[in-house]
Design a protein around this ligand. Structure first.
Ligand code: GLC
Length: 472
């Protein structure tokens, strides 16, 4: 039973730790150990479905979705994350909720539509926002009334989890450790923490970060306990100065693993998400296994991949994660498919975002792109799923992906002279064929000492990416 009234319920946490913030950090390091009994083989088994999937759908959806990038009748901007609209307009949580709650009206069956969209596009998993930075929870939480259950009488998290399972997809929970609703979220304690009223005194006086962190942990326990198997936990996010210990992250990770032994976690409780330059790739390679299973380059594809670790590029279809009616900078389906191929050719996964509207419906542009990706995947999916980075240097005209005894040649620029030159290494070639050819008729090939020439039709079978498989 929830005992608190409307928005103020977040003060509900009962066991208030009085440990000062600084010693909290030390305590975590010395007393909490994350069980790491897993061998490399066991880890490989746990990671297998994720590594093979290669393609997932991200969903950013919450109160901001109904606002759609408009605040009190005015567009907030045409670019950038409108899930941050509360921060962009500098609204406190009450004003924000006052504007946003009436516009958040999920229609029946929205989750089924998302899950179908994902499956038909060829995604193997779906990760959605259980709570974004605004603090509004799609799940039913005992510890707040700022959740879908209290505001609209539905457990939206359950609806999404069920729909995802019905479509045979794995499910992931995005969960923000940043929280602009909780009155003890101590944005003053760490310079890097965003907060819509930053720079102004706290509206409710001094804040006790430990109370917020207890709340964060209790809600995480709810998420890991109340919705069946959770395949991925996608934390968001830490920055220098407030990473790891600030959230008692080791404990959170240990809890996730004990309640969901097979769970796969990103490393954003400990690491800065963005990589803007390739020289930071080295830094991204350095996290410890207990800090997460994969790293998350955001809106950018590392030019040579991130060798030796698991990674997943998350990316928007326009420039916002949460829906905006003003953002028309849509990437073309061609870009999206080529991004997928590029990422997979370097050994990564692609988590491609949709930002549904306040009623849960998906923007038409996203539906159309997903449909085209799905068509492409229906023909060429075997050159994506279960493939790994190619050992060969990427050609200027396309990409390679590899899988046991197959080299998949993804051709972006179809050769005008009807021949493709691919490195053959030491491998003996048995057969080459086009995935777009349902008969898989053998293409004529010729070997030179270091290369293989494949004779292909003059006309590209696919206007976006045509795939030739070389069996060896
Ligand atoms: C960022 C943003 C956020 C978005 C996310 C997705 O860190 O704060 O709005 O949810 O990354 O990667």
């Amino acid at each position: 039973m929830k005992r608190a009234t409307y928005f103020l319920s977040v003060g509900l946490v009962t066991a208030v730790s009085l440990i000062p913030i600084s010693s909290c950090a030390e305590e975590e390091v010395s007393h909490v150990t994350v069980p790491r009994t897993e061998t490399k083989e066991q880890r490989d088994v746990r990671m297998q479905w994720w590594r093979e999937s290669r393609f997932g759908m991200f969903v950013h959806w919450g109160l901001y979705s109904g606002l759609a990038g408009t605040w009190k009748g005015k567009p907030v901007g045409e670019r950038g994350g409108m899930e941050w609209i509360q921060q962009r307009v500098g609204a406190d949580t009450w004003e924000y909720a006052h504007e946003a709650v009436p516009l958040f009206r999920p229609k029946e069956g929205f989750a089924r539509d998302w899950a179908k969209l994902a499956r038909q596009a060829g995604c193997r998993y779906l990760v959605f926002t259980t709570k974004h930075h605004d603090g509004f929870c799609l799940f039913n939480s005992e510890y707040t009334t700022y959740d879908a259950h209290d505001l609209i009488g539905r457990d939206l998290c359950k609806e999404i989890v069920d729909a995802t399972a019905d479509e045979g997809l794995k499910v992931g929970f995005y969960h923000s450790v940043i929280d602009w609703h909780h009155p003890q979220y101590d944005y003053i304690a760490a310079d890097q923490l965003p907060y819509p009223l930053k720079g102004k005194p706290s509206p409710n006086g001094p804040r006790n970060h430990d109370i917020y962190v207890d709340y964060l942990h209790r809600q995480a326990r709810e998420l890991f306990s109340n919705y069946g198997p959770v395949d991925v936990i996608w934390w968001d996010y830490s920055k220098k100065g407030n990473e790891g210990p600030f959230w008692r992250a080791n404990e959170l990770m240990a809890m996730a693993r004990s309640l969901q032994p097979a769970i796969i976690s990103n490393n954003r409780l400990y690491h800065i998400p963005h990589i803007e330059k390739d020289d930071s790739v080295d830094r991204l390679r350095t996290w410890k296994p207990e800090q997460g299973d994969f790293t998350t380059p955001e809106q950018t594809i590392p030019s040579t991949g991130i060798g030796g670790v698991d990674w997943e590029v998350c990316m928007t279809m326009n420039t916002t994660w949460g829906y905006s009616e003003h953002d028309h900078a849509w990437k073309s389906p061609e870009t999206l498919i080529r991004n997928l191929v590029d990422i997979v050719s370097k050994g990564g996964n692609y988590l491609l975002n949709i930002g549904p509207k306040g009623d849960g419906s998906v923007p038409a542009e996203s539906i159309e792109s997903m449909r085209i990706i799905g068509q492409w995947m229906a023909t060429n999916g075997e050159a994506i799923y279960g493939t790994t980075a190619s050992p060969f240097e990427r050609p200027s005209w396309g990409r390679y992906t590899g899988k046991a005894s197959k080299l998949c040649v993804h051709v972006f620029d179809w050769p005008a002279d009807g021949t493709l030159q691919v490195p053959s290494g030491e491998l003996g070639v048995t057969r080459a064929y086009l995935l777009a050819d349902s008969d898989r008729a053998a293409l004529k090939t010729e070997r030179t000492p270091n290369a293989l020439t494949i004779h292909v039709p003059r006309q590209a079978p696919d206007g976006i990416v045509s795939v030739v498989v070389v069996e060896h």
